[in-house]
Design a protein. Structure first.
Length: 98
């Protein structure tokens, strides 16, 4: 069971939603040395301290995060920040701001 599960509804096309997810993954890979791979419409990612998946669905995206021991104490803060970022990214303007 993931430490954090966030679900966000969106009105993006499947291609736009995937473009947003890809842009974020590329940035996180560069900034945090994260590795990732697409498995169909699911983006699986990992780095030291956390791992998870971002599942794209029609009108919906679900993020599941597993936190390492050192990050578990920051769960509430991480959940709030990531939730705010997801709302911003998967709003209609996401492709320009991601």
């Amino acid at each position: 069971m993931p430490d954090i599960t966030l679900v966000e509804n969106h009105t993006l096309s499947p291609d736009d939603a995937r473009a947003v997810a890809q842009k974020v993954a590329d940035q996180m890979a560069a900034d945090y040395e994260m590795t990732y791979a697409w498995e169909g419409e699911v983006l699986a990612f990992r780095r030291s301290g956390f791992s998870g998946t971002l599942a794209l669905g029609e009108g919906r995206v679900q993020l599941d995060l597993d936190l390492g021991f050192m990050l578990k104490g920051f769960k509430t803060k991480i959940e709030q920040q990531v939730g705010a970022n997801m709302r911003k990214l998967f709003s209609g303007d996401a492709t320009e701001e991601a």
